[in-house]
Design a protein around this ligand. Sequence first.
Ligand SMILES: Nc1ncnc2c1ncn2[C@@H]1O[C@H](COP(=O)(O)OP(=O)(O)OP(=O)(O)O)[C@@H](O)[C@H]1O
Ligand SMILES: [Mg+2]
Length: 276
Amino acid sequence: MSISSGKPAENNTSRVIVLGNEKGGTGKTTLAIHLLLGLQAKGARVAAIDLDGRAAGFSKFLENREAWAKHSRQNIYTPPFFTVSPSQNKDVAQREQEDFAAFAGAVEKLEHISDYLILDLPSGDTYLGRLAHSMADILITPLNDGFLDVNILGDVDDEDFSVKHINPYGKYVLDCLNRRKNIDGKGFTWLLVKNRVSSLGAKHKLKIDKALNNLAEKLGAKIATNIGDRVIFRELYAMGLSVFDVLDKQTGVKATASHNEAKKEVLDLIEYIDSK
Ligand SMILES: Nc1ncnc2c1ncn2[C@@H]1O[C@H](COP(=O)(O)OP(=O)(O)OP(=O)(O)O)[C@@H](O)[C@H]1O
Ligand SMILES: [Mg+2]
């Protein structure tokens, strides 16, 4: 989808991957960072837009990366990115107009120079968030492995885990999907990613999986590969690095077997995304 023109993508525009979930703290920014650098490690041209201009965790990571590249004198790739902060205009129509212009302006500068454009969203329901959801090629919703997160999509029966009703975020995405279908007749692919999955609690996991499968079916979403709960996914943030970078003496972080598993999880997710 070409966001700046609002038309279906031409061959030379990027694939837009949006990280969205109305609930906070589920791993949107963490996955945005790792997908960006994982795709770059695979040789793709990547670019980023941080639509969470208040917290700006994605932008801060990329600024940390630029600073680390300078300080370490290593040849570290620093992707182009923009931060879009919501307009503070008191007039709603003006505010939306300003938000649209800022968003479209950022996209216009990046969509023709990247194969993948990664958009990180804030939690909650915002105009910028709706705009980004509607313009996604792939929407990724990370969920922590528990009912508190799964219920953001819908409520399920506590015995057979059948869907009782769809909750506001589920309806929000379906609404964005319908609006998108009205534009290009295709919509977007919605992927649910279980994040921070631990190796413990097999019984609980089975229940979560049943509930999530039922919700995904009802919502037309797909369940992608999982991402584990690993320190390395947060350990390198301040340096702007990831498991895809060289971890030498300068970083003070030793490469371990868990790092290779972390890398594999991200690459598996990329492979899953590319298969959609
Ligand atoms: N797979 C993971 N392993 C370990 N820690 C993780 C993982 N994913 C996320 N975290 C940690 O969980 C916290 C929340 O993650 P993150 O900030 O990415 O979520 P978010 O959805 O972007 O939050 P917000 O809605 O506030 O923007 C952070 O401290 C992050 O480092
Ligand atoms: Mg975030």
